[in-house]
Ligand binder design. Structure first.
Ligand code: PRP
Ligand code: GUN
Ligand code: MG
Length: 166
């Protein structure tokens, strides 16, 4: 079930692009909460979901923001997904009206753990790969399964050789 392909391609996301895409995610979610359309709280899946969650919370004027920490990767190698830190379940309840935000879904392993913890939550990611995009209710951009997404917090500006090099 969790058999990711090798990553042949790279998709490099700048801060500007991430900001634009996270805003687009917020606009898609606006007014889509249960009952009156409002969301009760945002839960960021740390660490990658924190920057997108902050942008979504800002756009939608949601002041209650919590985190769930799920670790499943060591660099590009996946191990067993585990919850290292849970959000305040007195606020979360069964997840109704809660917006869970992550940067991306790849195999879906992380979201399976989150979903089991908050069965009624709305899960949204900025990017989604096809293997597990059904695990997400809302996303902005689909990226192929054999692509590794590089986020701006993992990148640095550096010199590159001219195309017509020495
Ligand atoms: O769908 P999956 O195959 O589970 O992969 C997606 C998860 O992997 C990355 O997080 P990671 O576990 O690397 O931790 P990080 O957010 O702290 O970088 C990414 O931020 C997602 O949360
Ligand atoms: N940065 C990053 N983390 C991931 N975790 C699972 N897939 C990915 C990916 O494509 N990029
Ligand atoms: Mg993550």
């Amino acid at each position: 079930m969790y058999e990711p392909l090798p990553h042949e391609k790279g998709f490099h996301v700048s801060w500007d692009q991430l900001h634009r895409d996270a805003r687009a995610l917020a606009w898609r979610l606006d007014g889509k909460g249960p009952d009156d359309g409002a969301w009760r709280a945002v839960v960021a899946i740390t660490r990658g979901g924190m920057a997108p969650a902050m942008i979504v919370a800002r756009e939608l004027d949601i002041r209650t923001v919590d985190t769930i920490s799920v670790k499943s990767y060591d660099h590009q190698t996946q191990g067993a997904a585990q919850i290292l830190k849970s959000p305040d379940m007195d606020i979360i309840g069964d997840g109704t009206g809660i917006l869970v935000i992550d940067d991306l879904v790849d195999t879906g392993r992380t979201l399976d753990v989150v979903r089991a913890h908050m069965p009624k939550a709305h899960i949204a990611t900025v990017y989604a790969k096809p293997m597990a995009k059904e695990r997400v209710q809302t996303f902005v951009t689909e990226v192929s399964q054999d692509t590794w997404i590089f986020f701006p917090w993992d990148l640095a500006l550096q010199y590159v050789q001219p195309y017509r090099g020495k």
